[in-house]
Design a binder for this molecule. Structure first.
Ligand SMILES: [Zn+2]
Ligand SMILES: [Zn+2]
Length: 188
């Protein structure tokens, strides 16, 4: 069931799914499971310097032969990560479910098949599209320690989850500020 050509060559990590058994017709589907360590994810962590990922990152998936001779690729992973809460800066944790469902074909990249993966040397590189998907799905505005985190007072900086203050917090959120402007215009 597990099928991996995982090699570390002179510190450069390469991990492709070995599809030999599928390509030679001895099976219709190959399941794989990859455990990525921190060392394997240097590339990913470079894109997120503030973030601590939970390791190992486990990628599970399947490559199967379709009637038209192409291959269906499925890959799934829950990626846990920690970073400071976007509102109050205390440690927060979240999980991203990364799911890849695509096609793979043998041979060279053709212009009209941009969205599929390519099988080279009987191997499929799943790590690259996986990392691309993490980058795409990563929450742009950060994560919260809890859904109703009250954040820090923008005036005095106290953590409003644990303390209160008497500051004039009229303009707390830039989005709300915009809204109140609009409301004001409407009322004028
Ligand atoms: Zn918070
Ligand atoms: Zn305050």
């Amino acid at each position: 069931m597990l099928c991996f050509g995982a090699v570390r060559v002179k510190g450069i990590f390469q991990m492709n799914v070995d599809l030999t058994r599928l390509l030679t017709g001895s099976t219709k589907g190959i399941e794989f499971e990859l455990n990525l360590t921190q060392e394997d994810c240097v590339q990913l962590t470079k894109d997120f310097p503030e973030t601590k990922f939970d390791f190992p990152i486990v990628l599970k998936g399947k490559v199967s032969l379709c009637d038209d001779g192409s291959y269906d690729v499925e890959c799934n992973s829950d990626v846990g990560f920690s970073e400071p809460c976007a509102r109050c800066a205390t440690p927060a944790h979240a999980v991203l479910n990364i799911c890849i469902e695509t096609k793979a074909i043998r041979g060279m990249k053709a212009d009209d098949e941009e969205d599929c993966l390519y099988i080279k040397n009987r191997e499929l590189d799943i790590i690259t599209p996986f990392f691309e998907q993490v980058v795409l799905e990563y929450p742009q505005y950060g994560i919260l320690c809890k859904e109703d985190c009250k954040g820090l007072c923008p005036v005095c900086g106290v953590d409003l989850n644990t303390k209160s203050c008497n500051c004039n917090k009229k303009i707390v959120d830039p989005r709300l500020a915009k809204l109140s402007e609009l409301l004001k215009e409407e009322n004028d």
